[in-house]
Write a protein that binds this ligand. Structure first.
Ligand code: DX5
Ligand code: ZN
Length: 219
């Protein structure tokens, strides 16, 4: 599977959002990663559906929504109407993950399951035949600009092993503390969707950074 780079718009300048979207499009990113936080599941509030609707009008790139909220069920129908492409929710946030995965797909979107750093892979093994991707958090969710938690690499390896063993085809997304160094370890372990916030937005030459993140794939 091809490695893709997804800038997290949490690190964009909200006052100049269009400029930052255009800048990332020129840097040839693959899609945008949109972080929804509710101040309950995580100790921060980011933005919600109205802004996602505006972003949808502002770019033709695919949109990947990461729901860091309680009751993720309530947002799915509207996200489908807005026309986002991929939605992930946290296994820690619902008692009905399997039903929610099916529901997201029924609304025409790709479905992902996200895991906090403390959550072991065994919590989601029953979903691996149904999800389109698994999002491994390599920071505690809620804020951009934190340091990568190394234990995430073993989780990516564990998932890759299950994927080959059971002949499944879900993708592995990694989110938090991604830079050229950590990206390489994640790709080597089997991740193909790389979310990057502070590293990409701080870069003077974003295109070079995108290539650096993606180009490190040696396999
Ligand atoms: C964190 C979010 C991430 C965040 C990544 O809770 O889910 O998507 O924006 O930012 P960096 O790359 O700066 O760690
Ligand atoms: Zn995220």
């Amino acid at each position: 599977m091809e490695v893709k780079v997804l800038p997290s718009l949490l690190s964009a300048d909200f006052l100049n959002l269009r400029d930052d979207i255009v800048r990332m499009e020129s840097a040839q990113v693959d899609m945008f990663h949109l972080d929804v936080m509710d101040g309950q599941f995580v100790p921060n509030i980011s933005y919600g559906l109205p802004l996602i609707e505006a972003i949808r009008r502002g770019t033709d790139a695919p949109l990947d929504v990461h729901l860091m909220t309680e009751d993720p069920e309530q947002f799915i129908e509207t996200l489908g109407e807005i026309g986002v492409d991929m939605v992930s929710f946290h296994i820690e946030a619902t008692a009905h993950a399997h039903r929610l995965v099916k529901y997201i797909k029924a609304q025409g979107m790709r479905a992902g399951i996200a895991l906090n750093p403390q959550t072991p892979i065994i919590q989601v093994t029953h979903l691996l035949g149904d999800v389109d991707y698994v999002l491994i958090m390599t920071v505690n969710p809620g804020f951009g600009g934190q340091s990568f938690i190394d234990a995430g690499i073993d989780k990516i390896k564990e998932l890759s092993a299950i994927r080959s063993e059971k002949n499944l085809d879900f993708e592995i997304e990694v989110d938090g503390g991604i830079n050229d160094e950590t990206a390489k370890h994640c790709i080597d372990a089997g991740a193909t969707l790389l979310v990057s916030g502070s590293y990409l937005f701080k870069a003077r030459d974003a295109k070079e950074m995108v290539q650096l993140l993606r180009g490190q794939h040696e396999g």
